[in-house]
Structures are given as structure tokens and as C-alpha cells.
Design a protein around this ligand. Structure first.
Ligand code: SF4
Length: 373
């Protein structure tokens, strides 16, 4: 057993080689066939790791393929416009990932000759690359002996060692990092890291771990104590914040609508985050009288008077800890306001711009309503 509380600082060497052989053997037999496992190209591995953050494998696969069809190389990505990158990311969420990826690609071209750096320190200096991503890319693409530690791997380690408490507490996380490094098989670092992640994703899952099918149950303290399902200890979650937003879909006779770049005009930084800092309909936070408050906003910000707002179906939306009720309204206008930096795309073709899923929900509600108006 590894990682028992009192023996934490130094891992017992005894048993580790057998543990490594068992886990690697299992991985080679059972690993899922995923597109990013068929390559050693650091760019493709890096892209997969970024897309997989906070996102399920099944959701990532089509995005990954589409992205690589459009940007097959790091150079192609670096040379792209940010709108093109965000458009391909639209729907995957957490858009800062795409922005950082793009900025990092440009930096790699400018400073590293277009090749993902081989040194941990250099990789860590790139935007959007933390210890986990750097270790994953360097070990899988270049075979460097850097152990990964993410939520999956931390859970596996905590159960193997019967470790209680908040795994994200800085001291414990540091300890887990050195435990992960101590278990790493340096001669097969990439496979080893993937094996740990695969075990966490498919067998040692957050709920109902399948200990009966686990290749390393022999070494597992939580299994022996019958406490696998109780570990890791639950973290205290941030209480959700509820808020309401009213949004206006302005529509002219040609079917064009008005979208703004968040942050450009009368939206706070936080409101901009609600639309992932992408093109959005005019919107305002409201309390109890959504329609009245939106009308006031449209008059004050866009000079629209006497507005006939048609209420569309409300939708719910979540962004991290915020639970948002969206109240969209449709407003037909003779002419769309002309604003610097705004755009007036066809409503039906809005998804050609990078927009968040909240904006897509609003557009869908408007399009659904149109034939009836
Ligand atoms: Fe996880 Fe169960 Fe395997 Fe232990 S035996 S590592 S708890 S799946």
C-alpha cells in the first residue's frame, strides 16, 4: 500500500515495480482507442489535453477532429485569426482555453521555432499551461519523466493510500504530486501517466469505483478498508449565485440582428464572462420586472423608444457557480442601431460568429418564435 498517512514523505520502494507492471499491462490491454492516442505530435497531444479539461471525452472527440482538420499544425493555428479559433471552439465552453491555446501557439512560433518546448520551465511559461498540462505533453510526446496530477489521478492516489481530507488543500496536493512522481515508471512515462488517468476515468471513478475489475486492488488501502466510495472526502462547494438576465434580439426587415462584443459597451467584466467574452445580444441584469428593465436599458444605451418587446421562452443556463435565468425578448426595428464595433449578422447565420451557448439558446428561442410573429 502506498501513501498511508504516516509513511507519506517517502514512498516504500517495495512493491512499486509489481504495481507498475500490473497497471501498465492493464493499460496496454484495455486502453480506449482515442484519436490523441495515435500520435506523438506534441501539438495534437497538447490540444487534446486542453480540450479535455472540464470536458467529457465523448464531447471532445468531434471538436478535436474538426479543429485539426482546420488547423492541422501548430503553425496553422498560430496564423489563424482569433475569431476562427473561437468559432471552432463554440459549444465546448471555457473559452479562455481557446484564447490561451491560440496565444501560446503564437509564442511557440515566435520563441521556440514552432515546436512545443521540451523543457518544463519553458512549457510552464506559456499561456494556459499549468503543471498538469506541461507534464502530460512532455511525458507523452517526448517521454520526459514528469508525473501528471489532476483530479482523476489524485482520487486514485488518495484511495490507494486511504487518504482522507481535502485533496486540493495546498500541502496535501503537494504531497500527492510527490507521490505521483514517486510512482512514475520513468522508462514509460507517457504510458504511465495515461494509465493512471485511464484508471481514474474508467475504473476508479468518482462514484461507484469498480474495485472488482481493478488491476491494482491488491495494493489499495481504501479497498481493503471498504471505504473506497467514501474517498476522497467531499469538498465544500461554493454556494451557487442566482441571477437573471434579460436579452434583446433586435431584428430588422432583412432578418439581421445586433450583436456586441462583451466589454465593448455597457457590460461589466462579470457580465461579459456570462457570455464567455464572445459576441452577445444586448443584455442587462434584471430583478423582478425583466421587460420594463430591458426597455429602459434599450432606451438609455441604444436610443430605442416605444419598444414592442415580444417575450420568448425563458431558459436556464449555468456558468461555473452562477445559475442564470435568461429572459430573451424579440424586438422588430426598422433600422438596427449603428454602433462602433458592433455587428449585424443574419440571425439565422449567427453561429458563423463565435458565440457562447447562452447566446445560442437566445437565438434559438427567437428563431423558434419567428414564424408565429
Ligand atoms: Fe480505486 Fe477500487 Fe482500484 Fe482502489 S481498488 S484503486 S478504490 S478502483
Amino acid at each position: 500500500m502506498f501513501l498511508a498517512r504516516k509513511q507519506t514523505r517517502k514512498l516504500p520502494a517495495k512493491g512499486i515495480p509489481a504495481f507498475q507492471r500490473r497497471l501498465l499491462g492493464w493499460f496496454h490491454r484495455r486502453k480506449r482507442d482515442l484519436p490523441w492516442r495515435r500520435t506523438r505530435d506534441p501539438y495534437r497531444i497538447w490540444l487534446a489535453e486542453i480540450m479535455l479539461q472540464q470536458t467529457r471525452v465523448a464531447a471532445v472527440v468531434p471538436y478535436y477532429r474538426r479543429f485539426l482538420r482546420r488547423f492541422p499544425t501548430l503553425g496553422a493555428l498560430a496564423g489563424a485569426r482569433s475569431e476562427q479559433v473561437l468559432r471552432l471552439w463554440a459549444g465546448l465552453g471555457y473559452y479562455s482555453r481557446a484564447r490561451h491555446l491560440h496565444r501560446a501557439a503564437k509564442e511557440i512560433v515566435a520563441r521556440h521555432g514552432g515546436r512545443f518546448p521540451r523543457e518544463l520551465e519553458a512549457a510552464l511559461r506559456l499561456p494556459g499551461i499549468g503543471r498538469y498540462t506541461a507534464a502530460a505533453v512532455l511525458s507523452i510526446a517526448y517521454g520526459l519523466p514528469e508525473a501528471v496530477l489532476d483530479g482523476n489521478v489524485a482520487r486514485v492516489l488518495a484511495r490507494l493510500g486511504g487518504l482522507r481530507g481535502d485533496l486540493r488543500a495546498p500541502r496535501r496536493w503537494k504531497h500527492l504530486q510527490s507521490a505521483a512522481q514517486g510512482l512514475l515508471e520513468p522508462a514509460a512515462a507517457g504510458d504511465w501517466n495515461q494509465a493512471m488517468m485511464e484508471l481514474g476515468a474508467t475504473v476508479c471513478t468518482p462514484r461507484s469505483p469498480r474495485c472488482g475489475a481493478c488491476p491494482v486492488s491488491h495494493w489499495c488501502r481504501a479497498y481493503k478498508l471498504g471505504i473506497a466510495e467514501q474517498l476522497p472526502s467531499a469538498r465544500r462547494k461554493r454556494a451557487p449565485v442566482k441571477l437573471s438576465l434579460a436579452a434583446a434580439v433586435l431584428l430588422d426587415r432583412q432578418g439581421r440582428t445586433l450583436v456586441l462584443k462583451p466589454g465593448d459597451r455597457d457590460s461589466t467584466k462579470e457580465d461579459a464572462a456570462l457570455f464567455s467574452r464572445m459576441w452577445q445580444f444586448p443584455a442587462v441584469r434584471v430583478s423582478s420586472h425583466a421587460e420594463r428593465e430591458l426597455r429602459r436599458h434599450l432606451r438609455a444605451s441604444f436610443g430605442l423608444k416605444g419598444t414592442e418587446l415580444v417575450e420568448l421562452g425563458a431558459a436556464r443556463h449555468s456558468v461555473t457557480y452562477r445559475e442564470i435565468t435568461l429572459a430573451p425578448f424579440l424586438l422588430r426595428v426598422e433600422r438596427l442601431p449603428r454602433l462602433p464595433g458592433a455587428r449585424t449578422p443574419l440571425l439565422a447565420a449567427l453561429d458563423r460568429l463565435p458565440v457562447s451557448s447562452a447566446t445560442r439558446k437566445i437565438a434559438a428561442a427567437a428563431l423558434q418564435e419567428l414564424p408565429r410573429i
